[in-house]
Design a protein around this ligand. Structure first.
Ligand code: KG4
Ligand code: ZN
Length: 338
């Protein structure tokens, strides 16, 4: 099969609480992107409840796919392949998407493409600005991952650094819960921090002398500070915590870019929606004279356009995924050693 600028891929994403479908042509032309979420049902529990997420996907997926095709303004006969997240994620949630995607691929007699969710986040920054300049350093910051990855070619990833304890998004969620700001914590801290003074508390940056990250000490410092100063203004704590996280993320990413001679710095993952991170990222790239790839906010958090885009690249490089492929909750990013 020839995979080119006219190849239309339907993407499906069900790895966590978002039920999403998108139609993308040529790996970067987003014809539609529909996202529904069961987040409201998880809020009372302070986190995603896997069983509830799976049940919601069963109910939401068919209408979401139908809406994505309708909004793309194409007939389903125009779809050349179906791409779906096969991991990492919640097993029950993944299974709903994988089973549906395979069924559609069989009925339409088109290839099925199993997509690694982490690889898809790497592509989100490029999706809206496909004029790639390699090598690229990508910072992937989500609820489950904090990784600095060097991308030398499509599908060619080298791990430069990762968190040795909490992921950045996890730290946002835990600190927000401690401060009583609710769930999900990242957007809540982002909002609260707008009213606070980021220099009010000098939280430690705890930078290990490598490109690895550590956020668990910072989280403990926030808790200790609030226990010692019960009258502290929540907005000031949120702003100071956010500044400490963003300082660390930006400093390491810049250093990584220098070390590998990167032409661009891309952001991906849910935490990439953070206002301060986006602002500081653009300023750092500007100061260092390298290209910044910052996805729109909608493209940072889980969506199916990035799945379809990564699927298009995988179809071009590896061909279709066999239909006996499973769902893999602990799937890792495929890395090269050097
Ligand atoms: O990529 P994502 O949607 O799901 C995973 O694959 O993990 O990322 C979710 C994470 C959550 O931890 C959430 O709190 C964080 O991204 N997040 C943010 C913001 N929006 C979402 N963190 C900081 N600032 C935000 N504006
Ligand atoms: Zn994600």
């Amino acid at each position: 099969m020839i995979v080119d600028a006219g190849t239309v891929v339907l993407g499906i994403e069900t790895s966590c609480d978002e039920t999403a479908a998108a139609v993308v042509m040529g790996g970067s032309d987003v014809l539609s992107s529909v996202i529904n979420t069961s987040i409201d049902q998880h809020v009372p529990f302070g986190g995603v409840v896997p069983e509830i997420a799976s049940r919601a996907h069963v109910e939401l997926l068919a209408p979401v796919v139908a809406q994505a095709i309708a909004e793309a303004g194409i007939a389903d006969t125009r779809i050349d392949a179906v791409a779906c997240t096969i991991g990492p994620g919640l097993i029950g949630a993944l299974l709903v998407g994988v089973a549906a995607a395979k069924a559609l691929a069989m009925v339409w007699d088109v290839p099925f493409i199993g997509v690694n969710h982490l690889e898809a986040h790497l592509y989100a920054g490029l999706l809206e600005d496909p004029t790639l300049e390699l090598p690229l350093v990508v910072l992937l910051v989500s609820g489950g991952h904090t990784m600095l990855v060097e991308m030398r070619a499509h599908g060619h990833y080298r791990l430069l650094g990762e968190t040795i304890d909490d992921a950045a998004g996890e730290a946002f969620d835990k600190v927000a819960r401690f401060l009583g700001l609710g769930y999900p914590g990242g957007p809540a801290i982002d909002r609260e921090a707008q009213y606070g003074d980021p220099s009010s508390v000098a939280f430690p940056r705890a930078i290990p002398d490598s490109l690895d990250f550590s956020f668990s000490g910072l989280k403990t410092s926030v808790m200790n500070h609030v226990r010692k100063h019960p009258d502290a203004v929540t907005a000031d704590i949120a702003a100071s915590f956010q500044m400490a996280v963003v300082d660390t993320l930006v400093a390491k990413a810049r250093r990584a870019a220098r070390e590998v001679g990167a032409k661009g710095l891309a952001l991906g993952g849910g935490v990439a929606a953070n206002s301060l991170l986006r602002e500081r990222w653009l300023a750092a790239c500007d100061a260092d004279g390298i290209r910044a790839f910052v996805p729109s906010r909608a493209m940072c958090t889980d969506n199916a356009a990035m799945i379809a885009a990564a699927g298009w690249h995988r179809l071009r490089s590896d061909g279709p995924t066999p239909l006996d492929c499973g769902a893999y909750p602990g799937l890792r990013l495929p890395l090269v050693q050097s």
